[in-house]
Design a protein around this ligand. Structure first.
Ligand SMILES: C[S@@+](CC[C@H](N)C(=O)[O-])C[C@H]1O[C@@H](n2cnc3c(N)ncnc32)[C@H](O)[C@@H]1O
Length: 227
């Protein structure tokens, strides 16, 4: 039993060129002794600079991926080798995450690791078996490459369902893939939804991405009898 989990439209990127000269960006980079273009876009630091960015409400939240990855990589499902995780970003980058990856607990260390990933293309930089590998690839490329038997997206705008029923539907599949949006606000893009077979809402309200991650993995573990 293997579950493919993809964090989609993930709010993770380096500071984009159009705001590199903004004082808050320059100040933060200088304080950390880094070049501005090698630092992550982070709303908690770059709030005013982000005003001029398109799609701003979905960007600059690396903390969301941090929490989601801690939930996923620490789950019994992953520890027992039944989870494959990918991260697809809003700007069309794809991150392949090895099962042995244990993300740093500390958010500053996590952000530094992600900066290293964007700058060097993988972490650790010189390893033959990297923990994380970055490539320019769309979600469509990823779905084609892993040819899942069914792609289910979780969205508060989806068809009404619940965690146990969706877990059962996933476990009925030979190669299930589930998509969770690792971004703060707004519906999934049509180009994401077009790649799915089904879209379900698992709770009557919008939840945080990490809550949805931990609960769907838990229900899936129960459904396949892992726990
Ligand atoms: C903060 S939400 C984004 C907000 C938006 N209302 C939504 O669900 O599309 C981040 C992600 O958590 C998941 N999510 C949040 N609430 C959900 C719900 N009630 N049912 C299914 N998935 C949900 C979705 O994958 C969503 O992309």
């Amino acid at each position: 039993m293997m579950l493919d989990l993809v964090f989609v439209e993930t709010s993770l990127e380096l500071v984009p060129p159009e705001i590199l000269r903004h004082p808050s960006v320059k100040r933060n980079a200088k304080r950390r002794g880094k070049r501005a273009e090698e630092t992550l876009l982070d709303r908690s630091l770059h709030h005013y600079a982000m005003d001029r960015l398109s799609d701003a409400e979905k960007r600059g939240r690396p903390d969301i991926l941090h929490f989601c990855m801690l939930e996923a990589m620490g789950s019994p499902l992953n520890r027992k080798g039944h989870l494959r995780l990918w991260v697809n970003t809003l700007q069309g980058y794809n991150i392949e995450v090895a099962q042995s990856t244990r993300p740093p607990r500390d958010c500053l260390r996590f952000n530094s690791l992600m900066e290293q990933l964007f700058v060097n293309g993988q972490v650790p930089p010189d390893s033959k078996e990297p923990l994380m590998k970055l490539s320019k690839a769309s979600l469509e490329d990823l779905v084609k490459r892993s040819s899942p038997s069914k792609v289910i997206a979780l969205s508060s705008h989806g068809e009404e369902s619940n965690f146990p029923d969706v877990a059962r539907m996933l476990s009925d599949e030979a190669r299930p893939m589930v998509l969770i949006g690792a971004y703060p606000k707004g519906p999934m893009k049509d180009e994401t939804l077009d790649l799915t077979d089904e879209v379900y809402s698992v709770y009557p309200e919008s939840l945080e991405a990490w809550t949805v991650t931990s609960r769907i993995l838990y229900e899936y573990e129960r459904t396949i009898g892992l726990i």
